[in-house]
Design a protein around this ligand. Structure first.
Ligand code: MG
Ligand code: MG
Length: 280
């Protein structure tokens, strides 16, 4: 079940290069999130993201990936991942997932956020969608906190699974068709990073390891299918989905969220984890 491909371990210098790719990505996602609003097309959101990469001399690892035609995946509502930006006009109440990446000096980053267009307080969004997005966001930080202490990669999925299944209210499904991954000199490397309990410990956590941790949760069943565009993945039952993702590394000094400007300090404090930049 686990990949036999060897795991790429990065030097401090290489992790610092990845950090540059992560910070550019964070800024590009900030801009894309700010641009996303009712009446805006997903292609316009993609263009805003692409502009920020270009301003920093970064390139996109999504554009041209097996022929993917854009710099972000923009997945709306029941679309889970891999939605292609286009002329779809965003609507009030939509659940939008923006997933993108950046490459600087050959080193990759990968991060995703979920955005609700509207709010339940204003009567423009479904409170259950807000709950879905918030639990998914929290599940990401639970997974990152687990990685900070983990001896084996499987502990990330154990922690995410325990967190999600212990939430009060309507149960949320944890997608199994798509998982996180190693990242570094390419976007998708070994090992697989599961978001659920597999019953396997997985590979040992080592210094220089960089992972894209990306829980994907759904309000219904976890079955998915791919649309005729050969990219867009939707839930088979049409239930809405959320995805949050960060690129994170372990190094001799500790853990650092490469795709967050503060290394994850603000969010990890609640978990008793103090991130340390690579090289410190
Ligand atoms: Mg991603
Ligand atoms: Mg990823």
């Amino acid at each position: 079940m686990f990949s036999r491909r060897s795991i790429e371990l990065k030097t401090t210098r290489q992790l610092q290069d990845m950090q540059r790719a992560g910070v550019v990505l964070s800024e590009a996602l900030d801009a894309a999130v700010a641009a996303a609003a009712p009446g805006v097309t997903t292609a316009e959101v993609d263009a805003v993201f692409a502009d920020v990469l270009a301003q920093h001399g970064a390139t996109s690892n999504f554009l041209g990936y097996y022929g993917f035609p854009a710099t972000v995946c923009a997945s709306v509502n029941e679309e889970v991942v891999h939605g292609i930006p286009g002329d779809r006009v965003l609507q009030q109440g939509d659940v939008l997932k923006i997933d993108g990446g950046a490459v600087v000096d050959g080193w990759h980053s990968d991060s995703a956020r979920t955005l609700i267009l509207g709010s339940s307080e204003a009567g423009t969004a479904d409170p259950e969608d807000e709950r879905l997005a918030e639990i998914t966001r929290q599940a990401l930080w639970v997974g990152i906190a687990a990685f900070a202490q983990a001896r084996h990669v499987g502990e990330i999925g154990d922690a995410v699974d325990d967190f999600v299944t212990s939430q009060p209210g309507a149960p949320l499904g944890i997608l199994e068709d798509y998982v996180g991954h190693g990242i570094g000199s390419a976007m998708h490397l070994a090992p697989d990073v599961f978001n659920y309990r597999t019953g396997h410990r997985g590979p040992k956590v080592q210094h220089g390891m960089a992972l894209a941790i990306e829980p994907m949760l759904v309000r219904g069943g976890i079955e998915t299918r791919t649309l005729e565009d050969e990219w867009t993945v939707v839930t088979t039952d049409g239930a809405r989905a959320s995805q949050w993702e960060h690129t994170v590394c372990r190094h001799p000094g500790g853990v650092w969220v490469l795709s967050a400007p503060d290394g994850g300090a603000a969010e990890l404090a609640a978990h008793g984890v103090v991130p340390v930049p690579p090289g410190e």
